[in-house]
Design a protein. Structure first.
Length: 289
């Protein structure tokens, strides 16, 4: 391995990828692993894993790479789904190319998916995936993938806000958190009635370091409802919170089942359950004459 590869963060695939929508050839970028590139830091209440900058590689953000994006037509989905797009969906994705470009141009004017990705390309990739999964049928469980894409987009826009606090990225953070909340809640509903399966999705993240599976989806669904659900009307807010509290309670439940679940998730779920309960109590007391 040459010295440049040893010292680099990412690499481009040797074999060209052919876009199934527009037939453009391009090379996918992936993160290199090992050699101290990723130094695990804190796990947040949102189940996001932060990484400490290393002296050799500086900041490394694994979230920039999971979405495969065609640089020609902006067709974008998670890597495992990129070549699996159903034939009947291709024409719809192709027809909406201009809509995707117009949407991104409202955010950024200097996006380049043929070069090494930065925060802007990372956030853009998730936004594009959120749009493109609209055209995937239920058997692909597109709704939770839209939720995951929205959620990670919010994280990356938050990173951009931290670096460029005067660019109004904080508005986009809230927007994508709310979109994520909508998709997460809908995915739980769809799973419950058999419209789309959560258990058949290979990894539900929400981050890349650990797959918290179905319980993670329940937790994030409740968390987003708590932080970004309706808040203008007390009675509506209480209904929303009670639904979120019921959702998160399903994680720890009773008996031996909870003993096999990640301790970090159980602790965070119980803390969230308590916080939601406290707000419900306060809201109901405020409604008393």
């Amino acid at each position: 391995m040459d010295k440049s590869a040893v010292n680099s963060i990412s690499y481009f695939s040797k074999e060209a990828i052919v876009c199934p929508v527009c037939e453009e050839e391009f090379h996918r970028e992936d993160l290199r692993t090992g050699r101290g590139r990723l130094i695990a830091g804190d796990l947040t209440d949102e189940l996001r894993r932060f990484y400490e900058p290393s002296q050799k590689f500086g900041e490394v953000n694994p979230l920039l790479y999971p979405v495969t994006v065609c640089p020609e037509c902006y067709y974008a989905v998670f890597q495992a789904d990129f070549k699996q797009i159903p034939q009947e969906s291709i024409s719809s994705v192709a027809a909406n190319k201009k809509m995707r470009f117009d949407s991104i141009e409202k955010l950024f004017t200097d996006i380049d998916f043929r070069d090494s990705r930065k925060l802007k390309e990372g956030a853009t990739g998730y936004y594009l995936a959120m749009m493109c999964y609209d055209y995937f049928p239920h058997e692909f469980s597109p709704v939770i993938k839209q939720g995951l894409a929205s959620y990670r987009a919010a994280w990356l826009f938050m990173d951009l806000h931290g670096k460029y606090p005067d660019e109004n990225y904080d508005y986009l953070v809230k927007l994508f958190y709310r979109k994520a909340g909508f998709f997460y809640n809908l995915s739980v509903e769809y799973d419950g009635i058999g419209t789309e399966s959560l258990t058949e999705v290979v990894s539900l993240g929400p981050d890349l370091d650990k797959n918290y599976g179905y319980d993670g989806v329940l937790y994030i669904s409740a968390l987003l409802e708590y932080y970004y659900g309706p808040d203008s009307d007390d009675s509506r807010r209480v209904i929303s919170l009670e639904r979120a509290r019921t959702t998160v309670a399903r994680i720890f439940g009773m008996g031996k089942a909870s003993k096999n679940k990640p301790e970090a998730l159980l602790i965070k779920a119980k803390d969230l359950h308590a916080s939601i309960g406290e707000e419900i109590k306060r809201r109901k007391e405020d409604e008393k004459p």
